[in-house]
Design a protein around this ligand. Structure first.
Ligand code: CO8
Length: 629
């Protein structure tokens, strides 16, 4: 399924931003408003937003012109007939949406994918009105859609998996970080967000604290610059009220809007943010908020709406929380989490979900995974899966990677490993935030660096060859990781570099050693001393990567290469790998002696017997990788 032309129906605050991101992603985009006046207003919004982007240096004038050239406006719905994807972004009016989708279904070609940006209704309800439920999904953008990277891709009951793949890909091409969620009221992130602000207002109702205290406690607890009251004043009181009403109707009375919110909405006023913060009351507020968001997040996962990783991703990327609920629970520890749960369980009996109780009873942290291992026949693929931070390496990621590598090493069926990254990055280096947090503790920095070095050494010494499929930024520790792999294939859009000296540190995960061995002192020195990023083409020219391919061919190229390697004798490959590595350290004589021993070991294997026999019998060999008796 290929998307080239995108239709966006509705060019208001959300629709205009959605259209801009689609055009920025390279798609021909046609926006529709019913009248020329509304259309002009919508297009003006896009022009203004891009002009501000140019003013702030976020966009060059050339880029603005290029994006603008991909946007067309219309008042005629039938102009959207040949779009490959239509995103509905009209007001949250059920009947209007129903009417629109019925009409679009009549007008559009049968293969057009429909997506609704609804936040309050079920996707399936609209899909059922059309002849294309398998081609119908949700794309739930977060405000402001050009800036907020989070996008919930909603899979309704009948949405086809290929449509979901296509939309996830579309989301990435438009610079979004997609999370897959089920078609459930409020999807994933709003369930937590609405609970968070509604609970804040309930605490105001109950006299737990005043507005400035609640806002301050929320900011400190969730690492925000704006608390719930200030945020609601900016995003709109009616929106906050109606969102809570909608969830209370579909999920239950827990979401009934707080009294003060209802009254404020009815009065058409804003919160009065004045007053003093009362430090003595902040802890009580923080406890309630933490308890509520952790419990709700676990409930949403228990219902199968999203994974624990995506709940954390959704809240950190979409709501800008410093940490997601599951990472926060791991930090707090189970004794403290259960203490918090008791507070809310008393207020809302039955609040604590079984999933959370079970995990607490196990005493284990949540099984958050930032590295995904899949094994398909003889090929293992390790996907670095922390796209919200361009897959930057923190302690958790390094430990997950170490585990994955150990599993691969122990699996005799695996003959080749591919390492690649999710989203825009391969790996943008060691995690600078984590390094900064431990910067004053040299022992901790040393331990972190040693852990990184040992993981990269695991890659280098793995008996199975490892291919780095470099899909995006490979910087600092990320490039160092790629250099520990045996072979590097890069997408033409990848960028590489060793920018450490710009941070006042040096490449400490083997960058000074492996780069020099691979490309020589001159090129290594230029890369390391300037800290400049280079293109994939340039990396290939200096010998840093083996080959460069178009982005769409990256994984296929890596897999084909892996398949060829996997068809060879595995013990011979492991021996050859050991000898190649030895060549970097040993003088030639010693290297040749080392090679001779490895050659004799390979010669003694049943695979050598099979390989030579198959050649003479003019048939393909069948290698087993068995050790000699
Ligand atoms: N660490 C932590 N977070 C990161 C990192 C990183 N290395 N790189 C990117 N991120 C995060 C960003 O903070 C941002 O998160 P948020 O949205 O919460 O602010 C998110 O990823 C997306 O990044 P940007 O918004 O910056 O994306 P852009 O497309 O604008 O820019 C770049 C992409 C150019 C890659 C930019 O993110 C960048 O410059 N990143 C840092 C690259 C870097 O300096 N890497 C080297 C790190 S140091 C290292 O690897 C040392 C290893 C040896 C350790 C030895 C210790 C003694």
């Amino acid at each position: 399924m290929q998307i080239k032309k995108v239709g966006v129906v509705g060019c208001g605050l959300m629709g205009s931003g959605i259209a801009q991101t689609a055009a920025e992603g390279g798609f021909l985009t046609i926006v529709r408003e019913p009248t020329p006046e509304l259309l002009e207003k919508g297009l003006e919004r896009i022009r203004d937003f891009m002009a501000k982007g140019v003013e702030r240096g976020k966009m060059t004038p050339e880029r603005r012109d290029e994006v603008w050239a991909r946007i067309r406006g219309t008042t005629d719905l039938s102009d959207l007939a040949d779009c490959d994807l239509i995103i509905e972004a009209i007001t949250e009016d059920r009947e209007a949406k129903k009417e629109l989708f019925t009409e679009l279904d009549r007008i559009c070609k049968p293969e057009t994918i429909f997506a609704t940006n609804t936040s309050s209704f079920r996707v399936a309800e609209f899909a059922a009105l059309t002849r294309r439920p398998p081609l119908f999904a949700g794309l739930h953008y977060f405000f402001p859609p050009v800036i907020n990277k989070l996008l919930e891709v909603v899979q309704a009951k009948e949405t086809a998996p290929e449509v979901i793949d296509t939309l996830m890909n579309f989301a990435r091409l438009t610079g979004k970080l997609p999370i897959l969620v089920a078609d459930s009221p409020g999807f994933a992130v709003n369930r937590v967000f609405i609970a968070w602000y509604n609970e804040s207002i309930r605490m105001l109702d109950e006299g737990v604290a005043n507005i400035p205290t609640i806002d301050a406690a929320a900011c400190e607890t969730f690492g925000l610059t704006m608390g719930p009251f200030k945020l609601i004043n900016i995003s709109g009181v009616p929106l906050a009220y109606h969102a809570a009403v909608s969830l209370s109707e579909s999920v239950g009375p827990f979401y009934t809007p707080a009294k003060a919110l209802r009254e404020l909405c009815e009065a058409g006023q804003l919160w009065d943010l004045s007053g003093e913060v009362d430090p003595a009351r902040k802890q009580a507020v923080a406890d309630r908020l933490l308890a509520v968001v952790c419990g709700v997040a676990a409930r949403v996962v228990e219902e199968g709406v999203a994974t624990i990783e995506d709940m954390d991703r959704g809240t950190t990327v979409g709501l800008r929380w410093a940490k997601g609920p599951f990472a926060m629970m791991d930090d707090l520890g189970w004794d403290r989490v259960m203490e918090l749960m008791n507070i809310v369980e008393e207020k809302y009996p039955g609040f604590v979900p079984d999933l959370l109780k079970k995990q607490a009873a196990s005493g284990q942290p949540w099984p958050l995974r930032y590295v995904r291992l899949t094994v398909d026949g003889p090929i293992a693929t390790i996907l670095m899966s922390r796209p919200e931070a361009l897959n930057a390496l923190n302690t958790k990621v390094l430990n997950d990677l170490k585990d994955a590598l150990a599993q691969v090493r122990a699996n005799r069926a695996v003959r080749v490993v591919i390492i690649t990254g999710e989203g825009d990055g391969f790996i943008a280096g060691a995690d600078i935030k984590e390094m900064q947090a431990i910067a004053d503790d040299p022992a901790a920095i040393r331990a972190f660096t040693e852990l990184g070095q040992s993981v990269l050494r695991d890659i280098e010494t793995s008996p199975q060859p490892v291919i780095a499929a470099i899909n995006g930024f490979a910087l600092g520790g990320g490039l160092e990781l790629a250099l520990a792999c045996d072979i590097r294939v890069a997408s033409s859009t990848a960028r590489m570099g060793l920018p450490e000296v710009g941070l006042g540190i040096i490449p400490g995960l083997g960058g000074t050693q492996r780069t020099t061995r691979l490309v020589g002192r001159g090129v290594a020195s230029e890369l390391i001393f300037t800290g400049d990023l280079i293109s994939a083409e340039e990396a290939a020219r200096v010998g840093l990567v083996n080959r460069v391919v178009p982005p769409a061919q990256l994984m296929e190229t890596a897999r084909k290469m892996a398949e060829r390697i996997a068809s060879r004798a595995p013990i011979a490959i492991a021996k050859a790998k050991a000898a190649i590595l030895a060549a970097e350290q040993l003088p030639l004589e010693e290297g040749l002696a080392f090679e001779l021993e490895r050659a004799m070991e390979a010669h003694a294997t049943p695979d050598r017997v099979e390989g030579m026999r198959a050649f003479l019998e003019k048939r393909p060999p069948v290698f087993t990788g068995e050790e000699p008796q």
